[in-house]
Design a protein around this ligand. Sequence first.
Ligand code: KG4
Ligand code: ZN
Length: 338
Amino acid sequence: MLVLGIESSCDETGVALYDGVRGLLAHAVHSQVAMHEAYGGVVPELASRDHIRRLVPLFEQVLAESQCARADIDAIAYTAGPGLAGALLTGASFAASLALALGVPALPIHHLEGHLLSPLLAHDPPAFPFIALLVSGGHTQIMRVTGVGAYELMGESLDDAAGEAFDKTAQLLGLGYPGGPALAKLAETGKPGRFKLPRPMINSGDFMFSFSGLKTAVLTAVRERALTEQDKADLAAEFQEAATEVVATKALAACSVTGLKTLVVAGGVGANRRLRERLNLEAGQAGIRVCYPELALCTDNGAMIAFAGALRLQAGLVDARAHNGAFVVRPRWPLTTT
Ligand code: KG4
Ligand code: ZN
């Protein structure tokens, strides 16, 4: 069973080939970061146009790398949402047309399901059930996962997502776009504790988050006086401490409440070193195993979409419309309704 995966929900074009027996055969990603940098954020129309330019060459590239032919493909999985409507449409229409031409099913995949299942691509994959912590640019969610397609939302952010908070804070500190990795890098040279930032909702007794107050606290500190380079690094370090403390505390509390001993971490913020350090230490003390996708698969990619498609096929979760050339995009789509 060879599944082609297509990801185009935001500013990365990802294409991959996953084989049910041989595993991931090839994956290629084109990042649009350099193109959007000048605008300080993703410009949706430019994103769509660039996806269109990249999809075919990336498809040819993964075919060549995996030494597969088009006729070998058994199914095409594509990100149907959530994401930017125009960007989603490019991948969805490419996937549906190719599927129609090849006479294979086109499978609409939820972007977060791709992230959530991606740690299962690792060599020693975790078994169901587990707690999943999804921390991306658009979402911060804690899910109880009992199987493929069985996701129970335990809590999520009431406002900004964790990645969004990293990005907005980075912007306040003049670090540009995309801010998350740049802020994490700056934090390494800073000292947390000099500036005092809140740990929003850490004692709320549930699994909900709020990051907009944290961002506002950074804004207040930035406005109070002109910051030196060291001030900025210290503020970045304190922000990273605050954000990762809240996220790690709630994720581990979800494990404790449910009695589950496996925590899966997915989404771009899952690449954050300080978050990993915290989770590994605290989970270790609580006898909880923490699983991450490999670093290259933390941010958006086609491999996670191909893999989620393959698991859905195996589980018999295929939409009857998969064969008729129709395609759907759902810019807003709760994961619990997949
Ligand atoms: O999952 P992802 O690639 O795209 C979405 O689905 O949103 O996540 C992107 C987010 C961005 O907000 C980015 O700043 C953040 O993940 N991110 C990080 C790091 N690497 C990426 N945030 C903190 N530390 C990092 N090392
Ligand atoms: Zn993502």
